[in-house]
Write a protein that binds this ligand. Sequence first.
Ligand code: NAD
Length: 465
Amino acid sequence: MTMNQEIITGLVKKVIDELIMEKGPKREDLTGLVDTVDEEVENSVEAQKRLIEMSLERRCEIISSIRKAVLDNNEMLSALSIKETDFGRYEDKIRENILCATKTPGVEDIQPIALSGDHGLMLLEFAPVGVIGSLTPITNPTGTLIHNSISMIAAGNSVVFNPHPSARETSTRLVQILHQAVVDAGGPPGLVSSVREPNLETAREIVEHPKINMLVATGGRPVVNVVLRSGKKAIGAGAGNPPVVVDETANIRKAAQCIVDGATINNNIFCTCEKEVIAVDEVADSLIKFMQETGKAYLLTPEEAKKVTNLVVTPERKINIAYIGKNVQVILREVGVELGEEYRLAIFEAPKDHPLVWLEQMMPVMPIVRVKDIQEAIQFGVEVEQGNRHTALMHSTNVENMTAFARAVQTTIFVKNGPGYAGIGLGGEGHTSFTIAGPTGEGLTSARTFTRQRRCTLVESFRII
Ligand code: NAD
């Protein structure tokens, strides 16, 4: 190549690069982080248009790239999340991220449905909704972002996140990783993004932005209500208070082990974790004994239980946020009890009106309520679930009892004879979700949740039998 040719080739390349940059986001925005919601949404609209012009094969490659990037960065993300929020346990964050990276369905979840008959062929396809605004919680700053990104992009959408401000560092770092994974796989920049400084004002701007087609709130009831009032298509994944009922027919030793395991994953911050035990009188003592025999559950004396309650419940009967997601040793040290590292949970017998039975504690302190029989257990389980329609659990070998509780409690997830996390696919069948839409009824969300249905009818042809 002569020197002139080299100069011309270089100039052509420069012009092409500039054209690409003009069409896409500005170079400094290639991290997935921008300063304003307006800028974010403009990039997101453009990115979504470019995504649906690409092949499904490319979309699958983008999803694979996201999964790999999460697994490659898992240790860093888990450590950062613990450092920033001080919620949960490192080894459980690792499990959470692996679960979301590997068991969130991808493009296969939006397979079309075809129906052929005397009048021809009907094809039902699951089309993207466009740009989705996603508000994410402090409790799962990694899991929710990973799950939502995979699900929303697999369905052909772009997503603008408004992470919880107190999980800003972890969430924005993760957005950068997800964004880079998309770009590395040949996807458009801006497909997944966040503002650099998410707060309530940026959340409000996202909720009200005319170019955002769907809203998804993963958090407490107030934020779910905010998106439901927006006038847009909205998905609400709200709070839970999962009761676990143990009847006299259960394998009590196994029930004890499952409850301890389920209630202690990530120090109880998952919304699906067991939050209160309701045990029939006949087996309550042996349940408590077997829980202690796991070597991980410490039985509080009535005096200690009172002190712990006063510590973790405020005079206004709210959960003291300072103790959410903390190790049991940290909580009990405050009331003068020193526990060995092997302990994961504090348990105590509680009356029905105890605040920790009714509040979503999200910490490893578990009330156990004793009831006369299964009828009373079912009735009380329904009451304490409080219509969240989230998660309930039961340990029993009596099919009629299990059916009766499942029918009465009406939750999105009902786990029988296993820990709560089995209901989100960890050691249980089925895909995972970290956006469990009880209030709006989509259940364990996946790519298909973030679509709109489109029907195409071909009259009198294409039936080949
Ligand atoms: P939160 O409701 O305080 O916050 C969730 C998100 O909503 C955050 O990004 C926050 O900034 C935003 N937000 C809160 N109030 C808002 C308002 N008025 N306007 C606009 N945005 C608002 O919840 P959290 O404390 O971060 O998370 C814990 C809660 O989330 C628990 O109740 C837990 O059960 C629930 N949760 C539910 C699911 C599920 O799938 N159903 C998953 C994880 C957590």
